[in-house]
Design a protein around this ligand. Structure first.
Ligand code: GLC
Length: 427
C-alpha cells in the first residue's frame, strides 16, 4: 500500500462527489454513469461506508418504473442519470427525449455490475447493520433490473441477452462493433460533439461512429421506448460477451443475496436464468482467439475480435480455459490486459477501447482468474496494474505499451479500483 496514492485516490473521489453521486471526471462526463457508480461505491467503501451505499441508492433512484412510457421498460437502469444540468457533454438530457421522466436519464443501459459489487460491499462492511439494511432496500431494484434484461433483451429465452446500442456495452468504440455498426445508417441531423473540447481526437471515436450512435439514440425515441418496437426496429443488435459475462456473474450474486434475505423464489428465478445462459454461451467461443467473443444477433455472425470483454468469462464462472489467451495478451504488452489484443489487426494503442488498458477491467479479469485457480496469472495482472497506478496516477485509461495516462484525468472509477484492489483487502 502506498499512503500518498491512497490519499490522492480518496481526493479524486471527494473532488468528483456531487452530493450522493460521483461524476466520472469533471468536464468530459458531468453526470452519474451506471457501471461507474458501482465501481465508485467499492472505492468509497474503503473510507466512507454510508457514502458508498448512497452512491448505489442514488443510481437506483433513476430506475424506470411501471409509470414510465407505458411500463414496458420498467426496470431499465439507464447508462446516464442526469441529476443536475451541465452543458459540457453531448448527448445531454434533451437529446434523449425522456422529458416525461421525473428524473431524466438516457434510454439505454450499461453493464449490470451492481449485484456483484453490492455483494462484495456487504461482505466487507464494518457496519453490518447498516449494510444489511441497505442491501434489503436495494434488492427490489436489483431484481427489477435483472428482470428487465431478461424480459426485454432476450424475450425468446435464448440465454443470451442482446444490446441495442454500442454505448450499452460500456466499451463504446470496440472493434467488435465495426461490422454491425457499418450497417447502421448515419444520421443526417446536425449535432455538436463536446468530447473533443476535453480530449485529443486521437484518443476518441471518429465522426462516422458518432453519426451512427446518434442515429440509434434517435431510433429509441421514435420507438416510444417500447422494448418490442425497439427490437423490431433495432438496426444494431449484438450479443455482447462483456454484458453476457457481467450479467451472469451478477445474477449468481443476486441469487445468493435474495436467498440470504429470504426471497427463495427470486433466488430460484435467477438461478434458472444463469443455467440457461450457461447452456447457450458455448456458441460464442472463438477458435481463432481461444476466448469467447460477441455475436451479431441479426446475422448470427461471430464478431471475432480479441477484446478484453471475453476475458471476463472467468469472472462470469463459465468454465472456459482462457488462461492461455490472457497469458499471450500479457506477453504482448507491458501494462496489463489491453482492451484489444496488440496482435489483432484492429489494435490502436491510444484509441478508445481499441487498445488501452482500463483498470477496473483488469480487476474483474484478475478476480475471475483467481477464482478459477489461476493465482499466478491473477497476481501478474494485479502487479501490472500496481505499476500503472504508481507510474501514471488515476487516468481514464492507459497506453498498454508505455503506461502513459490517457483520456480524462482524476478519474473516479480508476481511483476507486485502486482503493478497493490495491489499498484494501480484495476478497
Ligand atoms: C465512456 C466509457 C464508458 C464509461 C463512461 C464514463 O463512455 O466508454 O464505459 O461508463 O465513459 O466513464
Amino acid at each position: 500500500m502506498n499512503p500518498t496514492l491512497v490519499q490522492r485516490a480518496q481526493q479524486v473521489l471527494c473532488a468528483n462527489d456531487r452530493g450522493g453521486y460521483t461524476i466520472p471526471t469533471a468536464g468530459l462526463y458531468p453526470f452519474q454513469w451506471n457501471w461507474d457508480a458501482s465501481v465508485c461505491a467499492l472505492g468509497w467503501m474503503q473510507f466512507d461506508e454510508p457514502r458508498a451505499w448512497l452512491e448505489i441508492q442514488t443510481l437506483f433512484s433513476g430506475l424506470w418504473t411501471e409509470r414510465d412510457y407505458g411500463g414496458g421498460s420498467a426496470g431499465l437502469l439507464a447508462h446516464i442519470t442526469f441529476h443536475q444540468p451541465a452543458d459540457s457533454y453531448f448527448p445531454g438530457p434533451d437529446e434523449w427525449g425522456t422529458q416525461a421522466l421525473a428524473l431524466r436519464t438516457s434510454s439505454i443501459s450499461q453493464p449490470p455490475l451492481h449485484a456483484t459489487m453490492v455483494r462484495w460491499m456487504l461482505e466487507r462492511a464494518q457496519d453490518r447493520a447498516a449494510a444489511e439494511s441497505a442491501v434489503r432496500g436495494l434488492l427490489p431494484g436489483l431484481l427489477a433490473h435483472h428482470r428487465w434484461w431478461y424480459r426485454t433483451r432476450d424475450p425468446e429465452g435464448s440465454g443470451l441477452v442482446r444490446i441495442l446500442h454500442p454505448w450499452e456495452t460500456g466499451m463504446d468504440n470496440s472493434p467488435a462493433w465495426d461490422a454491425p455498426l457499418a450497417r447502421v445508417p448515419a444520421t443526417t441531423r446536425a449535432y455538436r460533439r463536446r468530447d473533443l473540447d476535453h480530449v485529443d481526437a486521437s484518443m476518441r471515436p471518429p465522426q462516422s461512429f458518432y453519426d451512427r450512435v446518434v442515429y440509434l439514440m434517435d431510433a429509441n425515441r421514435e420507438a416510444g421506448f417500447d422494448p418490442q418496437h425497439m427490437l423490431e426496429a433495432g438496426r444494431f443488435q449484438v450479443n455482447d460477451i462483456g454484458i453476457v459475462c457481467i450479467l451472469q456473474r451478477a445474477s449468481r450474486d443476486l441469487a445468493v443475496l435474495a436467498a440470504r434475505f429470504g426471497d427463495e423464489a427470486a433466488a430460484a428465478e435467477m438461478q434458472g436464468q444463469v443455467q440457461r445462459t450457461q447452456r447457450a454461451v458455448a456458441a460464442l467461443w472463438s477458435d481463432r482467439w481461444q476466448q469467447p467473443v460477441s455475436r451479431d444477433a441479426l446475422t448470427g455472425e461471430l464478431l471475432d475480435q480479441p477484446t478484453s470483454a471475453g476475458l471476463l468469462s472467468a469472472y462470469a464462472g463459465f468454465g472456459f480455459d482462457i488462461a492461455p489467451a490472457v497469458r499471450a495478451g500479457l506477453d504482448e504488452t507491458a501494462y496489463g490486459v489491453a482492451s484489444t489484443r496488440r496482435s489483432a489487426p484492429t489494435y490502436d494503442a491510444p484509441r478508445y477501447w481499441r487498445g488501452p488498458v482500463w483498470q477496473h477491467i483488469n480487476l474483474l479479469i484478475s478476480q475471475g482468474l483467481a477464482e478459477q485457480g489461476q493465482a499466478v496469472l491473477a497476481e501478474r495482472i494485479r502487479e501490472n496494474s500496481r505499476r500503472l497506478f504508481e507510474r501514471s496516477g488515476f487516468h481514464e485509461y492507459y497506453h498498454p505499451e508505455t503506461g502513459s495516462g490517457l483520456g480524462g484525468r482524476d478519474f473516479s472509477w480508476t481511483a476507486a479500483t485502486y482503493l478497493h484492489w490495491l489499498a484494501g483487502q480484495a476478497i
